[in-house]
Design a protein around this ligand. Structure first.
Ligand code: HEM
Length: 361
């Protein structure tokens, strides 16, 4: 018998344990230890939290939103001006989307800088890039739903760009629009994607992502993973000081979630989501602008020939997806990765530059 005094399980706890047998699973999920040097800045967890916020606020919006094109605009107007706290829920959903894209990009950035995509985490990275694509897909499909001028024309331009992708362009354009133009059929497709297909896909990918993260443990930003088979020698596990994931890390993570929630409510209250005139396919507005995360691609298209403007983002996404297999340098320390870090810095400067330029023009 152990010398330690174990807390006796409550009767309720015993009742559930006898029927579910999940204490082993919970222990395996919670009682993991993480490297003391691992710095996540809680970004993956915050992204997950924001996904939860989007699911709750989006479900509430769906109670009143109507997807037919002749009712969509009025239903958003109704949510904003008649439904109690409707404007707040809509604004939280609006800002939640922006913050989620920002945190997922920052999460990717920290993984890159700390070289956490290298062996054996290549698949965690690939699933992560798919998560990024689905998150952006949420933004793209959600933008059309208010069916105002901005939504209609940004989607017209966005789907036109998709139509320019070599080989599959025409099929992609038709698939997205449900016809040659942006119509009621497009709105219905985007609604279905936004509230059903993408949430299921994101949920599934998150489960896969977190299962792999759990299985491998967090990467240490200081040491290479032991990889004896590559060095041709015996395993030399690095002694890494560890700390418990539960409750220490989890508690800090929850505090970060509260801070993000507070920021979200302040943003939503001070800068509520707006609405333009109802969509009119016959009146092209003078300035069509996509959301900020598409501005760099949009601006690039304005300044280079169309084929190049479409090919560059397609190739960039391919490089991002395959990065762990393209970057063969096994080093983790920043000073031993000058090429990767310099190329990334140049890419960030170009993307930010194009975004600022696009916002001003
Ligand atoms: C909806 C999007 C995403 C969610 C909810 C998510 C969630 C998480 C969480 C909770 C972790 C644990 C550590 C941490 O919090 O940083 C993690 C780790 C990781 N994520 Fe993500 N992630 C997402 C997208 C991405 C993206 C876009 C990438 C990169 C392309 C990525 C690559 C990784 C990798 C490689 C790890 C392991 C890091 C390590 O071992 O230190 N994730 N993710």
């Amino acid at each position: 018998m152990s010398a330690r005094t174990e807390a006796a399980p409550s009767r309720v706890g015993t009742w559930f344990e006898e029927r579910l047998r999940i204490s082993g699973l919970l222990a395996a999920m919670l009682h993991v230890r993480i490297p003391v040097s691992a710095q996540t800045y809680y970004l993956g967890g915050i992204t997950l939290f924001l996904f939860g916020v989007q699911l709750v606020s989006g479900t509430l919006l769906t109670l009143y939103y109507k997807p037919p094109a002749d009712a969509a605009y009025e239903s958003v107007k109704y949510i904003t001006s008649v439904v109690e706290f409707g404007w707040l829920i809509r604004s939280v959903h609006h800002w939640g989307a922006t913050l989620m894209i920002a945190t997922v990009v920052l999460h990717l950035g920290r993984i890159f800088v700390q070289a956490a995509y290298k062996y054996p985490r290549e698949l965690t990275w690939v699933v992560g890039v798919l998560l990024l694509a689905v998150t952006i897909g949420f933004g793209f499909t959600g933008y059309l739903l208010p069916w105002d001028q901005k939504a209609y024309w940004a989607t017209t331009v966005g789907t036109e760009i998709a139509g320019g992708v070599p080989v599959i362009g025409d099929a992609l354009l038709y698939l997205l629009r449900g016809g040659a133009d942006v119509t009621d059929a497009t709105l219905n497709r985007f609604f279905g994607m936004h509230v059903l297909v993408l949430p299921l896909l994101l949920g599934l990918l998150v489960v896969v992502h977190l299962t792999i993260v759990h299985q491998l443990g967090l990467a240490s930003p200081r040491h290479l993973e032991p990889r004896p088979e590559r060095r041709g020698g015996p395993a030399r596990p690095v002694e890494e000081p560890l700390k418990p994931f539960f409750p220490h890390y989890i508690l800090d993570e929850v505090i970060a979630w509260f801070v993000v929630l507070a920021a979200l409510v302040v943003l939503a209250s001070v800068l509520p989501a707006g609405r333009e005139e109802e969509a009119d396919p016959l009146v092209t507005p003078p300035h069509i602008k996509p959301e900020w995360y598409f501005l760099s691609a949009y601006q690039l298209l304005k300044v280079v020939p169309r084929t190049i403007g479409i090919l560059v983002p397609v190739v960039a996404i391919g490089i991002l997806l395959l990065l762990p297999f393209l970057d063969r340098n096994p080093a983790v320390a920043k000073r031993r990765r000058p090429i990767a870090l310099s190329l990334a810095a140049v890419s960030v400067v170009v993307i930010v530059g194009l975004t600022v330029w696009g916002a001003q023009s």
